[in-house]
Design a binder for this molecule. Structure first.
Ligand code: EPZ
Length: 422
């Protein structure tokens, strides 16, 4: 298993361009199942999760090809409606093929995703939504079996604004008869991008980005398979937040570009309240040396609240800031796996249920640490950048799921970082 060796403290400078968003690309790849023609993506992020999803599409019968810049998907040749356990167990987001398969083929068999490091992560809201569209759902031998003669548009109120459930139901409603209204929908920018992609394919989705989304059902016969759709996914706001925090933790002047800073409004508000200095432009944020920041109190919430996917990185920053900070993790029940590792590096953090109490320290020290999940891993790398000496970060396959060329991008900013292949 590869590991990273980081020699700090690092001073960063220059510009880092973030890749396209992982969490927008995955549902959009699922939505290709709906379109009977070719889709050409520019700059899909080079991540293990994306490769997994392409494998799933191929296992369903799609043809895919890619070069360094473009990825082409021919979904017209899809005939298979079973997404098997061996693929789904590797990546929870695979459950997003359920809605589009059911909508296009009237049936889908998808392995029930298990829990993961950050929580049990049930899919009950997804399944209730499918049932409200008229699907018959059975769970058998670890598989979700969804069937329907015809999906009928309905008004669906989500018990929680789940990102995945909103996306799955949007896609299931694509070929449902009549209009579907999703109330209490998730409002994340990734949902907006999925709606933009579906509309680019010829579907009719409105209200994405708000808590009420409407989908006008279409007929497959309305789509011309000879039309190729060209699409480029939005920049990754979570990757951007990670580099912005890297700049602040190392007291550096860097520019983070190729994303929409509006997608990070709440994150930037919190950083500003801690004393961070930065300038926002249309497609970038320039971070200025801001010295030691002040503690803060933060609660993770669905968008536009503070994203849970930036919680670990923010905790690392708070760990070397002045005074006390409190983080309340309200989205996932087990998303503090990074805490024992940050404490091993010398941070002063105590946990109590979904609260973390952080008392900023002047210095942290080098220690071999272990990645446990994607964002926890990012927090360990950020911390290693400010440590005097050599830090070894193990099990970085977690990082490769969501950060394209992290060590190369950090190296280009001046960090002393090496990947050691094992
Ligand atoms: C998406 O996961 C993201 N993943 C996650 O990013 C992100 O943390 C999460 O949204 C919240 O923002 C992708 O987009 C691929 P949810 P998702 O459904 O869709 C509960 C990362 O680091 N829930 O909004 O799975 C669930 O257990 C990843 O890039 C139900 O109870 O998130 C959780 O506690 C990690 N029943 C909460 O809702 C359901 O049917 C939020 O889950 C669905 C969800």
């Amino acid at each position: 298993m590869d590991k990273l060796i980081i020699n700090g403290p690092c001073k960063l400078s220059g510009e880092v361009k973030v890749s396209s968003s992982k969490n927008a690309s995955l549902p959009i790849l699922a939505a290709t199942i709906l379109y009977p023609g070719n889709i050409k993506f520019k700059n899909l992020p080079k991540l293990s999760d994306i490769n997994f999803f392409l494998q799933i599409l191929e296992s369903l019968g799609a043809n895919t090809s890619k070069d360094n810049e473009f990825t082409e998907i021919a979904a017209g040749s899809i005939t298979e409606t079973k997404a098997d356990y061996e693929l789904v167990r590797k990546m929870r987001a695979s459950v997003l093929v359920l809605g589009p398969l059911l909508s296009r083929f009237g049936k889908a068999q998808v392995s029930l995703p298990g829990g993961c490091a950050i929580g049990t992560r049930p899919v009950d809201i997804h399944l209730i939504g499918m049932e409200e569209l008229g699907a018959k759902i059975e769970i058998d031998k670890g598989y979700i079996n969804a069937t329907c003669d015809e999906l009928i548009g309905a008004s669906i109120h989500l018990s929680f604004p789940s990102v995945g459930a909103t996306e799955n139901i949007m896609m299931a409603a694509a070929f449902a008869k009549g209009e579907t209204i999703i109330e209490n929908a998730a409002c994340e920018p990734e949902i907006d991008d999925l709606a933009n992609f579906m509309n680019a394919c010829g579907f009719e989705v409105s209200g994405a980005g708000t808590s009420t989304i409407k989908i006008q059902g279409k007929k497959l016969s309305e789509f011309k398979s000879e039309n190729t759709i060209n699409y480029e996914v939005i920049g990754d706001r979570i990757e951007a937040a990670t580099y912005i925090i890297a700049g602040l933790m190392t007291d550096s002047n860097i520019t983070v570009s190729n994303f929409n800073p509006q997608h990070l409004k709440d994150v930037l508000k919190v950083l500003k309240s801690m004393g961070a200095k930065f300038e926002i432009d249309k497609r970038s944020v320039e971070v200025y040396p801001s010295g030691k920041l002040q503690g803060a109190k933060v609660e993770t919430q669905p968008y536009p609240g503070f994203p849970t996917d930036v919680q670990a990185q923010l905790m690392a920053l708070m760990g070397v800031s002045n005074g006390y900070s409190i983080i309340s993790e309200k989205i996932f029940e087990n998303r503090f796996m990074h805490v024992p590792e940050l404490v091993r590096m010398g941070m002063d953090i105590e946990l109590d249920g979904h609260y973390a109490f952080i008392h900023g320290v002047d210095q942290i020290s080098a220690a071999p640490v272990m990645c446990t999940d994607l964002r926890a891993s990012a927090a360990l790398v950020l911390s290693a950048l400010v440590i005097s000496g050599e830090t070894i970060v193990n099990r970085i396959y977690h990082l490769d799921r969501g950060y394209e060329n992290l060590e190369l991008k950090l190296k280009a900013l001046g960090a002393n970082i090496e990947r050691v292949k094992e």
